[in-house]
Write a protein that binds this ligand. Structure first.
Ligand SMILES: Cc1cc2nc3c(=O)[nH]c(=O)nc-3n(C[C@H](O)[C@H](O)[C@H](O)COP(=O)(O)OP(=O)(O)OC[C@H]3O[C@@H](n4cnc5c(N)ncnc54)[C@H](O)[C@@H]3O)c2cc1C
Length: 259
């Protein structure tokens, strides 16, 4: 029994796994593909964005700038390829320089440091291979590149060294959400080891308040949070067959989901 199951070993899942590895939790990562970094994370451009184009005030803007600042130290700690070569956004016409200025202001609002508009001569000094039509550029010295595989694999390895389990073989977690007859119904189903009838009885007793939380802290936390938010206005059920898997269903009135 795990406290936390992370679905997907892309860069997000592996980074979350590494963070959770610091805590006293039993955590596992499930991945449908044969290895980590087999989804979108394997097919990106490897750019560590400076943070100038994220909408100011959003979580994305905050995390983008903070992530960009922390990536170099992380690369040294985990040993993946990283190069702070800066990034350039080009414009090809004088009339478009206003858009570069707007992007620069956006970045400054987000806290990106060192942003500058470069004219063609300065741009050529920085990047001699730039095309004939390039007129000006926004230069972000904090922009960088990483090896997307190196980063994701390093995060996964570090998480495993600190106790996160990689679950091999054909393990799947299916998550379904729908609104039916006024209820938001969520079902989480896995094809893992399941639990014994005894363990299931213990869990149900804990959820009905007849027994202590014991080791099933993760499930207990989910139940307590539901109680906190919805008082008695929810349904929670769990069923499991040893060797076949577990189904957990949560229902809350759809009026809460719309709020
Ligand atoms: C062309 C392109 C270029 C990009 N360039 C950049 C860039 O330069 N810089 C940048 O920061 N971002 C870039 N991005 C965005 C970035 O790649 C993604 O934001 C990031 O990879 C998302 O990571 P993830 O872990 O959330 O998803 P993924 O890497 O897709 O990982 C999800 C994993 O979950 C697994 N999975 C899904 N469902 C299940 C299930 N039910 N059970 C078990 N496993 C499951 C999948 O197999 C997959 O491995 C780019 C994206 C694209 C498409």
């Amino acid at each position: 029994m795990y406290d936390v199951i992370i679905i997907g070993a892309g860069v997000s899942g592996c980074a979350v796994a590494r963070e959770l590895a610091r805590l006293e939790l039993k955590t596992a990562v499930l991945e449908a593909a044969p290895d980590v970094c087999e989804g979108t994370s394997k097919a990106n451009s490897g750019i560590v964005h400076g943070g100038y184009d994220a909408k100011p005030g959003t979580l994305k803007a905050k995390l983008n700038v903070e992530g960009s600042r922390r990536m170099e130290a992380l690369s040294r700690e985990l040993g993946f390829p990283y190069k702070k070569n800066g990034s350039l956004v080009l414009c090809f016409d004088e009339k478009d320089t206003g858009r570069l200025e707007a992007l620069k202001r956006n970045g400054e609002t987000n806290g990106v440091e060192g942003l500058r508009i470069l004219g063609r001569q300065e741009l050529l000094g920085l990047e001699p291979q730039v095309g004939d039509k390039a007129y000006a550029a926004l230069y972000a010295p904090s922009g960088a590149i990483v090896c997307p595989f190196g980063l994701t694999i390093a995060l996964a390895e570090n998480a495993c060294v600190h106790g996160v389990e990689a679950v091999s073989s054909d393990r799947r977690v299916t998550v379904c959400a729908c609104v039916e007859e006024g209820w938001l119904k969520l079902t989480v189903e896995d094809n893992g080891g399941g639990m014994s009838p005894e363990k299931l009885r213990e869990l149900k007793a804990m959820l009905s308040g007849e027994a202590e939380a014991g080791k099933s802290v993760g499930l207990w936390n989910v139940y307590r949070r539901l109680l906190l938010y919805y008082q008695d206005d929810f349904r929670f059920d769990i069923d499991s067959v040893s060797g076949e898997g577990t189904v957990c269903s949560i229902q809350i009135p759809a009026k809460h989901a719309e709020a």
